[in-house]
Design a protein around this ligand. Structure first.
Ligand SMILES: Nc1nc2c(c(=O)[nH]1)N[C@H]1C(S)=C(S)[C@@H](COP(=O)(O)OP(=O)(O)OC[C@H]3O[C@@H](n4cnc5c(=O)[nH]c(N)nc54)[C@H](O)[C@@H]3O)O[C@H]1N2
Ligand SMILES: Nc1nc2c(c(=O)[nH]1)N[C@H]1C(S)=C(S)[C@@H](COP(=O)(O)OP(=O)(O)OC[C@H]3O[C@@H](n4cnc5c(=O)[nH]c(N)nc54)[C@H](O)[C@@H]3O)O[C@H]1N2
Ligand SMILES: [Mo]
Length: 754
């Protein structure tokens, strides 16, 4: 937003969806796709015979509604299935310097990429190149490296299982585990904490469990915007008698009340109240909150032995309970109050709801995963559930709500910088010795690129430059690469902040029909609850010369590895990839047959299915997680960087954030009224955000409007990716190396020059 545009601020809304959601969906669909394409797309999104919505990873119910999509799903579909295209004339007219001055929004609005493009070292712009030459440029660069570890292969979470499996096979055959992905910045902390405590990195909850729960915690998550279809599930749970506790520094509209657009009563009525209790927590206070709840449970059980804890479960299925108890009983309430900003009464109210509930689910997203102590916080959530046996029985469990629509499946397929558990089976099946060293994750990849140790960057989707922290550091690093390659659907900043040479390899998206050798190809994806199902593109692709991700990977593999099989077979029939997945990855028996069943199939999950915990001791682990209060120097605030209602990560759909009452602007910082007064800043004043970090470097994001907002005291919020410049590369979560995008210490200064 430029300053002359009219920023409009209204009070935040108290409900989500309803008629405005329908209106916005319809207008986005027709504006970008036109009537015919729009109708086809919306009729088949999330239907068993159609394609998986490229939006979020929330599962589809067994029985589909005719409109099994949400406002933000429609925006995601419209963004991809747009009628607009970028042609070679566009690149002739816009040198890279010019494109680098444009906003991410502008770049995305230009439309779908249609032809491979190449920027050579001495050139100032991209020029068209044939597919064959493009593949050869990348292949010869890869072949010329002294060591395969000098290349990095990033993945974003939209890639199908088939493309992901082929990609990691190619990369490992090439000789490296340098497979960073968006998950490193997302739910890595969840995977790390869950693997350690319950032995499986994924959530243990199904949609049926949500239906049967007595109490659902929604912690650090804004489902009204980021997982709108989750509201339907929460509404159903409420009707079945569940209570909901929202834990969030912001009073997010989607947690307060939901007007279900799938029902007439939802459109015209008052809707369903969702959260029974909102804990208006200070950012990063969650570890303290769950420690406090755990202490209260232990104390209640001392008062009435045997009535509170599930002793049978604890004895049969867990380890280290005594060690945990000793420490939990020492939890300091002054520290709890300082860390959470909550009163003992508020925490007491949540405690009473817990005591009344037999079946408890905890859902969470980025509000828990992107802090220095994120892994410890999630371990403490697991302690909380273990105490009353809330894992591995109906209506209960851990529910990390994933972001990208196939981010969970990509991990299952081996997109991981660590060798997956089935690495030996991979080597046997394809007769090679896979690399065993741990490769580079996202943050370590940036460090290695900056140090000149990595020379080639390949991105299978995503927007590495904008999604990663410390934008100035990362951009400077990327410019040092010998070659950067983006396999993508649409232009973004990663195409215009390039290495010495750069390639754009345009690809089909989820909505596009994928014909290979005259055969219609189906791909598969795994949702946040471990259900694998088919996805079939239905729309005419934006150009006849696009290759699918699978085809690009297979051709690259043939050129680099100088072998024909299995790549020719993979490219002409994706079912053959699934056969090989079945041979290597546990849980995929009869993959092709079961994929043909409507709704797909559920992957095994030992704690959920059998209360079996595949940890080192075969039992779930209680853990000790020290309570530290995130201390903030006077005059500073904790900044959390979030999504508006009008964006998908780095893809910006528009400049509004309807539920939060913000229109026509993204450069806003939401601050509590009392903090504004204390800092002497007026509502609406232009400020710079300056982040302070132990390295002494001052990182600055300029010209944000301060907006008075009911966020917790001492905290503020602003949108990503504009604020990524403030997140220090070296400020990461212990154990998962995830950037601490939700706890950046900042000061607000009157805005400097323009
Ligand atoms: N439309 C749309 N859908 C999306 C996305 C999108 O950008 N747009 N992104 C997708 C992706 S990749 C992901 S990972 C998910 C993200 O889904 P979310 O995690 O819901 O996304 P964020 O906007 O980061 O919201 C974080 C929430 O946590 C709260 N929060 C921040 N810090 C804390 C804290 O310390 N404690 C607590 N208790 N709460 C805190 C914030 O106030 C906010 O409500 O959504 C996915 N779905
Ligand atoms: N400050 C801050 N930073 C964050 C976060 C935060 O909360 N705060 N959140 C983090 C999180 S949770 C995540 S997941 C990451 C997201 O990081 P990424 O996944 O890297 O980023 P996206 O913006 O989702 O990527 C969008 C691009 O993907 C390409 N694309 C879209 N669909 C397809 C497809 O089907 N195939 C291919 N090949 N390309 C496609 C398009 O070119 C589009 O521009 O960002 C992280 N960064
Ligand atoms: Mo994410």
């Amino acid at each position: 937003m430029s300053d002359d545009e009219e920023l409009v601020v209204k009070p935040p809304q108290k409900h989500a969806a309803g008629l405005p959601a329908v209106r916005t969906s319809v207008s986005h669909a027709y504006k970008h796709m036109g009537l015919r394409r729009g109708v086809t797309a919306l009729r088949l999104v999330n239907q068993t015979e159609g394609f998986d919505c490229p939006g979020c990873a929330w599962p589809e119910p067994g029985k589909r509604h005719v409109a099994e999509f949400c406002e933000n799903g429609v925006k995601a579909v419209a963004e991809e299935a747009t009628n607009r295209t970028v042609d070679t004339g566009f690149f002739r007219a816009h040198p890279i310097d010019d494109l680098a001055k444009r906003s991410g929004y502008w770049l995305g609005q230009q439309g779908r990429l249609t032809r491979p493009m190449f920027k050579d070292s001495d050139d100032d712009r991209y020029r068209p190149v044939s597919w064959q030459d493009a593949i050869e440029i990348l292949a010869s660069e890869l072949r010329s490296l002294d060591d395969p570890d000098e290349a990095v292969f990033y993945t974003s979470g939209r890639t199908s299982n088939e493309a992901a499996f082929a990609y990691q096979l190619f990369v490992r055959k090439y000789g490296t585990n340098n497979l960073p992905d968006c998950s490193n910045m997302c739910h890595e902390s969840s995977g790390t904490a869950l693997t350690e405590t319950i032995g499986v990195s994924k959530g243990s909850v199904t949609l049926e469990d949500v239906d049967q729960a007595d109490l659902i915690f929604v912690v650090g998550q804004n489902p009204g915007t980021n997982h709108p279809r989750m509201l339907t599930a929460l509404e159903r749970a409420k009707r079945n008698g569940a209570q909901i506790v929202a834990v969030n520094p912001l009073p997010e509209a989607g947690l307060l009340r939901f007007k279900n657009p799938q029902r007439v009563s939802g459109l015209i009525g008052r809707g369903t109240a969702l959260a029974d209790l909102h804990l208006h927590i200070r950012v990063n206070g969650d570890l303290a909150l769950f420690r406090a709840l755990n202490q209260l449970l232990l104390q209640a059980d001392v008062a009435e032995p045997g009535s509170v804890l599930d002793q049978g479960f604890i004895e049969r299925h867990t380890d280290r309970f005594e060690r945990f108890t000793e420490d939990a009983l020492l939890t300091s309430w002054p520290d709890v109050e300082a860390a959470t900003g909550l009163t003992a009464e508020e925490i007491g109210a949540a405690h009473r709801m817990v005591l009344e509930s037999k079946r408890i689910i905890v859902c969470w997203a980025m509000g828990l995963t992107q802090h220095r102590n994120a892994v410890a916080t999630i371990r403490e959530v697991v302690n909380f559930l273990l105490l009353r046996g809330n894992i591995g029985r109906p209506g209960a469990g851990v529910c990390p709500v994933r972001g990208h629509s196939n981010v969970q499946g990509d991990r299952t397929m081996g997109i991981y910088e660590k060798p997956p558990a089935w690495i030996d089976a991979l080597g046997r099946e394809f007769e090679f010795a896979p690399p065993t060293d741990v490769g580079l994750d996202t943050v370590n990849a940036i460090r290695a690129i900056r140090a000149g140790r990595v020379k080639v960057f390949v991105g299978l989707g995503g927007n590495f430059v904008s999604a990663t922290p410390d934008t100035e550091v990362t951009e400077a690093a990327m410019r040092k690469c010998r070659l950067t390659v983006q396999i993508s659907t649409k232009l973004n900043r990663s195409h215009v902040v390039t290495g010495e040479r750069a390639l754009i390899l345009p690809t089909l998206g989820r909505t596009d029909r994928d014909l290979r050798a005259g055969l219609e190809q189906v791909v598969s994806v795994e949702d946040s609850m471990g259900i694998v199902h088919a996805s079939r593109g239905v729309l005419e692709p934006p150009s006849g010369s696009l290759f699918s991700e699978v085809a690009i990977i297979c051709r690259l593999a043939r050129a680099v590895l100088d072998e024909n099989q299995p790549w020719r077979e993979f490219e002409s029939d994706y079912a053959t990839i699934r056969d090989r997945i079945e041979a290597v990855v546990p849980g995929f028996k009869n993959y092709n047959r079961r994929l043909a069943e409507p709704g797909g199939f559920t992957l095994p999950h030992a704690p959920r299915d059998r209360r079996s915990f595949p940890t080192s001791t075969g039992r779930a682990q209680f853990t000790v997680n020290p309570l530290e209060v995130l201390r903030v120097p006077p005059g500073r605030l904790i900044l959390q960087t979030i999504r508006s209602h009008d964006q998908y990560n780095t893809t910006i759909y528009g400049n509004d954030d309807r539920y939060r009452g913000i229109r026509n602007g993204r450069r806003v910082v939401l601050v509590n009224r009392a903090d504004l007064a204390e800092l002497g800043i007026a509502d609406g004043e232009l400020v710079d955000l300056v982040s302070e970090w132990v390295d002494g470097v001052e990182r600055r994001a300029q010209r944000f409007h301060a907006v008075e907002y009911p966020t917790a005291r001492g905290c503020c919020a602003a949108y990503f990716p504009e604020t990524n410049v403030l997140v220090p590369l070296d400020s990461t979560a212990e154990g998962s190396n995830t950037p601490t995008s939700k706890s950046v210490i900042v000061r607000l200064e009157p805005a400097g020059g323009a």
